[in-house]
Design a protein around this ligand. Structure first.
Ligand code: PMP
Length: 431
């Protein structure tokens, strides 16, 4: 297919009619498809059904003899911390195992920081004139929602293909009102990119204007590979220690997309001072986490090799769905200039850069054709995509057949929206 921008106007008009007809035919099928949220599909959840029968047979004691049914041990069972410590890149004593949601831990850390400050804070963040966060964008909408909820200013920074644009990050971090930054270092939501060793080294070493600056290092997709390659990211906690910024990073992760999304384990890992701070704050909130679930996870996953084996089973189920989306985009859009898209090697999303000014129109067209997409703008702070071009596709939850159908429809919508935009542009320049 040739570039839409190069088509003579009569050919553009003819293409518009033919794409519209194909989309009308798609709409007539009356499908109801949902590609909005990165949720595991039921067959992925089935992989962890053995958890439901654990810890089993009255054996609810930890290795240290704690009764996991009872209150206590806010930091989490030693064996659960030891199992996930290598994945988090921290020693077990610097790991906290919480309940089921890492997002909840991130939310709480922001709230504690605002109300009390973090180690090294001259005052609580909320007492600063206008605390701000660096927000690589496109990024994760729920990260942005936490900051918006509490009035923390968001400063978008572009992604480079190997992490955020570090020149821009360093310039912003020099401002003392900038207190932190979101980072999804591996298979970033939604661009799928992997932070390079240089990105990690610069984040650890950069001069921050605020003495209590924190990287919120959300390693949500650490073991969520879509190919045989298990990509590694440099260890941020060690890099910060080397750079003499040992308290700079809060690491978060969870088993939401390893075991059960609503009933997994969430983790916090950081420097000893930060872990003490977190536990002191958290001790006012809870008498202890769900240690039965920790025991279940240890007995089910056993060790890091067990986690990798389990993730291979996820990959077998979801990699074909990603391939189906990419195939449809390729078939309808390659060479048209209507969009660019990622081919992620892990994580839960495909990110599409549609023609500028068309993302909202694509979502509208898709809705009318029976395909629900994440709202345009969701991947940007305040829901404001300055180019109105980013679309986040989440192919894991629907069945493979549904993903194939939905991708056809989505590709046609992207193409039609680009043709419409090109037609308007020509009409404007002719006027
Ligand atoms: N972080 C990122 C980057 C995510 O994409 C998601 C889920 N979409 C979460 C966190 C949510 O994590 P949890 O289920 O542990 O709250």
């Amino acid at each position: 297919m040739s570039l839409i921008a190069d088509l003579p106007t009569p050919a553009l008009a003819a293409l518009r009619i033919s794409v519209q007809a194909r989309l009308d035919a798609f709409r007539a099928e009356g499908l109801k498809l949902d590609m909005t949220r990165g949720k595991p599909a039921p067959d992925q959840l089935d992989l962890s059904n053995a958890l439901l029968a654990l810890p089993g047979n009255g054996d609810y004691f930890s290795a240290a003899g704690e009764d996991a049914r009872n209150y206590g041990n806010l930091q989490g069972l030693k064996e659960a911390r030891a199992l996930f410590a290598p994945i988090l890149g921290a020693p077990p004593e610097d790991v906290v195992v919480g309940d089921n949601s890492s997002l909840a831990l991130m939310h709480d850390c922001i709230v504690y920081a605002l109300l009390k400050g973090v180690p090294g804070s001259p005052r609580p963040w909320s007492k600063e004139a206008s605390p701000a966060f660096i927000c690589p964008a496109p990024g994760y909408d729920r990260h942005f929602a936490i900051l918006e909820e509490f009035g923390v200013r968001m400063l978008p920074v572009a992604m480079s293909g190997h992490g955020p644009d570090m020149d821009a990050v360093e310039a912003l971090a020099a401002d003392p009102s900038v207190k932190g930054m979101w980072c999804v270092p591996k298979y970033s939501n939604p661009t799928g990119e992997i932070y390079s060793p240089e990105t990690v080294a610069r984040l650890a070493a950069m001069e921050a204007g605020a003495p209590d600056f924190r990287l919120f290092w959300d390693d949500a997709y650490s073991v969520h590979h879509l190919t045989e390659l298990r990509h590694e990211v440099s260890n941020i906690l060690e890099a910060c220690e080397r750079a003499d910024h040992k308290d700079r990073t809060f690491v978060f992760a969870s088993t939401s997309k390893i075991t059960l999304a609503g009933a997994g384990l969430a983790f916090f890992a950081s420097s000893p001072a930060n872990v003490r701070w977190y536990l002191a704050c958290a001790s006012k909130r809870s008498i202890g986490p769900d240690k039965l679930n920790q025991l279940r996870h240890v007995r089910f996953l056993r060790d890091v090799a067990g986690v990798h084996r389990h993730m291979d089973a996820h990959r077998a189920l979801i990699a074909p769905k990603f391939a189906a989306v990419i195939k449809a985009l390729q078939r309808h859009l390659a060479g048209t200039g209507a969009a660019r898209w990622t081919a992620p090697e892990g994580g839960y999303f495909i990110s599409v850069e549609a023609a500028p000014g068309t993302a909202a129109r694509v979502v509208e067209l898709a809705k009318s054709a029976g395909v629900a997409l994440t709202p345009a703008g969701a991947t940007w702070p305040y829901g404001n995509d300055p180019n109105d071009s980013n679309l986040r596709l989440a192919p894991t939850f629907p069945s493979l057949a549904e993903v194939r159908d939905a991708s056809e429809g989505i590709a046609l919508c992207i193409l039609l929206a680009a043709i419409e935009a090109q037609s308007v542009q020509r009409a404007d320049s002719a006027a």
